[in-house]
Design a protein around this ligand. Structure first.
Ligand code: BGC
Length: 749
């Protein structure tokens, strides 16, 4: 006991002396010295303890006993500030070296104040929304002692069957890159050292979203060129934005599970990008390498993971159990362990945990008015107007009675969406509650849910809903998915509306009243039929705590929709994968192909045109990427390029006029797409390169400009070099990925 105290005191002295002497020095250099000083005192067991992450369990005394022995470096899933302080006290005051714990939690789209699911945030095409959401989450989570979140999830997802599409920013590399970096900034604030900052953890590294068949945890087969062109850029940007940690993914890509993948963890992440933070496994993904058939036993698991570049193991304990033996046998070098521990200690120092390990247990920042306001704004911006025939929306004064129908109209838990552990439904404002509160004195509200929940097949309530619809001037039907239908392991093979929701809409449509369908879901659904039946469709994804007030604002025109689809909406599941930035085939669809119903009996074998399409679904999706309407209209004109013959180090300036040609003030997300027409390898038919949200009053016209350094047209080419290839390019400035006329420019060497 006395020795322990002496060592701690000596270490404290050392820290003090070092910091006095180096007052003038670069703080990073000071941290490195502190890390080395601490490391030099650690036993192998203490080092392995730092590499061990456990999930909190009921009996705090058991955890405290392990912490005192230095056997735990990080704990996830503990949220009680008093317990967190007690655990930290054990680490800081009672373990030999006093190293604080890193307390982690999945704070994905809010801690208490729940923002729209990340896919919804991506629909805003507004990095400020992403940054604010992460900042609010960080302020609330850090107030209880959580200093590490496992977010942002920046897996490119092109298959809406995959339940985890909800957690990311959709199908596009550039959009995900911008939004992911903004989230990192929001979580980590200006400095990790600020007590309201929490370490971000871009995940899942890498390729997890390309899971075969959209079935979670499944294998991926992404060749290196595609990996580098499509899947890696958001992670590289997150690393550049200073993300403190990275998480490996569950998938094996071309046979190599990420948790044992030296190429991505050592060569790319550390070697090419210079990442010096923590690499943590996903939940038991180390031990799961045995299920993959990539490691025979726990010993091989630990060997492969640590040698591949993993620093911390989440909950499968093979490191603590097997590394001592592996080191003795020379299969893992002690230097490898030292580096892993350095990475962990470095982040603990950067977070200021040594100086400020405890939280104020009485502080309450949850659901602060500014947080709720930011969540409401995010939900407004996340909403996508998919259809609005004859300006059904916004609802005007003529609407004196509204029928509110559907299982999502008053489902406070469900509208928060997936990955909500801490947000409480008692704080959620539903559409029904918000409409009653905001408009209850102006319009008569007839509420008849029709169905109890999204999967409800009991059609007994539909007749009452139809009766309410027939007595109303307008019908609002809220459908979608319960929260549990998306997220981890929650994949679907059928993306039609669940339960009897479609039947409900069909029955209500027969009432012949203006029908407005609002969808709250974790993914794009195949709602072609329901779109046909509706006069207007507003797609909200799961909008979070303030979804109700946001939708009320939008329906009555206090706010105007501005969201755009962050992922292509398929007509039917069989079209998947369907994404806009695909390569061209040798026989591209003409979109005039003959479809099933038009094919004659005994038609000639070549009569269909021999192009790339489905006879039953055609080529086009239900809604393309980047699509979304407004209550007003916008006109693009006068698109000009600063030059049409450019060198590789030039910057191209694109200017255009955007005019609000309708009668509401509104915001347009203008998008810039580019196509490299001929390459040493085939290139996507278009790729998003810039976007901007532009707000205009009715009749207002603005000249807008985008700056595009030609270097951003670089890609990994036939020689696996990241380079711009000279040649001709097409460029579009457009309201979505399917509109606009191309303008050409040339890049020469
Ligand atoms: C998920 C991760 C998550 C982790 C910790 C895993 O099952 O894949 O995204 O961060 O659990 O909760």
């Amino acid at each position: 006991m006395r020795t322990m105290k002496f060592i701690s005191a000596a270490f404290a002295l050392l820290l003090g002396v070092t910091s006095c002497q180096q007052k003038q020095e670069n703080p990073e250099a000071v941290i490195e010295q502190k890390v080395d000083a601490l490391l030099s005192q650690m036993t192998l067991e203490e080092k392995l303890g730092q590499m061990n992450q456990i999930s909190s369990y009921g009996n705090i005394d058991d955890m405290i006993a392990l912490i005192k022995k230095g056997e735990i470096g990080s704990i996830l899933n503990e949220v009680d500030p008093a317990r967190i302080n007690a655990l930290q006290r054990a680490a800081v005051q009672e373990s030999r070296l006093g190293i604080p714990l890193l307390i982690a939690r999945d704070v994905i789209h809010g801690y208490k104040t729940i923002f729209p699911i990340p896919l919804g945030q991506a629909a805003s095409f507004d990095p400020q929304v992403a940054e604010d959401g992460a900042r609010v989450a960080a302020i609330e989570a850090s107030s209880v002692g959580i200093r590490w979140t496992f977010a942002p999830m920046i897996d490119i997802a092109r298959d809406p069957r995959w339940g985890r599409i909800a957690e990311g920013c959709g199908e596009d590399t550039y959009l995900t890159t911008v939004m992911g970096a903004a989230m990192v900034k929001g979580y980590q604030g200006d400095s990790l050292n600020d007590p309201t900052s929490i370490a971000a953890c871009p995940k899942h590294f890498v390729g997890y979203g390309a899971t075969e068949g959209g079935r979670d945890y499944n294998s991926t087969f992404i060749p290196e060129r595609r990996l580098r062109n499509v899947y890696l850029p958001p992670f590289e940007a997150a690393a550049k934005a200073g993300a403190a940690t990275f998480m490996t993914s569950f998938n094996d890509n071309d046979g190599v599970p990420s948790t044992g993948n030296t190429f991505i963890l050592r060569d790319v992440l550390r070697g090419e990008w210079g990442f010096d933070g923590i690499v943590v496994t996903d939940w038991a993904s180390a031990a799961e390498m045995m299920n993959h058939g990539f490691a025979a036993d726990e010993k091989e698991v630990a060997q492969k993971a640590v040698n591949a570049g993993v620093d911390m193991e989440m909950v499968s304990y093979t490191f603590v159990k097997k590394l001592p033996e592996l080191i003795k046998e020379g299969k893992v070098q002690e230097a490898t362990i030292d580096n892993a521990v350095r990475n962990i200690l470095r982040i603990k120092f950067r977070l200021g945990l040594f100086e400020q390990p405890y939280v104020d247990e009485n502080k309450n920042v949850m659901y602060a008015p500014a947080h709720l306001e930011a969540a409401r704004r995010a939900a407004v911006e996340s909403a996508i107007l998919l259809k609005n025939e004859e300006q059904t929306l916004p609802l005007g004064k003529a609407v004196k009675t509204v029928a509110i129908i559907g299982p999502m109209a008053d489902a406070p838990y469900e509208q928060m969406g997936t990955w909500v552990f801490d947000g409480e439904k008692s704080h959620t404002v539903t559409p029904l509650a918000a409409i009653r509160e905001q408009f209850g004195d102006k319009v008569q509200i007839l509420y008849e849910p029709g169905l109890g929940y999204s999967r409800d097949r009991n059609t007994g309530g539909i007749a009452k809903a139809v009766s309410a619809a027939s007595r109303a001037d307008a019908v609002l039907v809220f459908v979608g998915e319960e929260a549990i239908l998306s997220g981890e392991a929650h994949c679907l093979a059928d993306l039609n509306l669940q339960g009897a929701q479609s039947e409900l809409i069909e029955a209500i449509a027969r009432a012949g009243k203006p029908l407005i369908t609002v969808v709250m879901a974790g993914r794009p659904l195949t709602i072609g039929k329901e779109v046909e039946l509706s006069d207007a469709v507003l797609y909200m994804f799961h909008p979070g705590t303030m979804g109700g007030p946001a939708v009320a604002d939008l329906l009555w025109g206090k706010a105007v929709p501005s969201g755009k689809t962050p992922v292509t909406f398929p007509k039917m599941v069989g079209q998947i994968p369907v994404y806009y930035a695909h390569n061209n085939t040798g026989r591209p669809a003409t979109k005039k192909e003959t479809l099933l119903d038009d094919i004659q009996i005994e038609a000639g074998q070549t009569s269909l045109g021999c192009t790339s399409f489905y006879m039953d679904a055609g080529f086009d999706p239900l809604f393309p990427f980047g699509y979304g309407l407004s209550y007003t209209t916008f006109a693009y004109s006068n698109i000009k390029l600063s030059a049409t013959d450019l060198k590789k180090d030039d910057v191209l300036t694109i200017t255009f006029d955007l005019e609000n040609t309708g009668s509401y003030e509104g915001t347009e997300v203008a998008q810039l797409y580019v196509q490299d027409k001929v390459g040493s390898v085939t290139r996507p038919v278009k790729e998003l390169k810039r976007f901007a949200r532009i707000t205009l009053k009715p009749g207002e016209k603005k000249n807008v400009s985008f700056e595009l350094p030609i270097s951003e047209l670089a890609f990994w080419n036939i020689d696996m070099q990241h380079t711009v290839e000279a040649g001709d390019f097409n460029l579009w400035v457009a309201p979505d990925s399917q509109s606009g006329t191309p303008i050409t420019f040339k890049v020469t060497d």
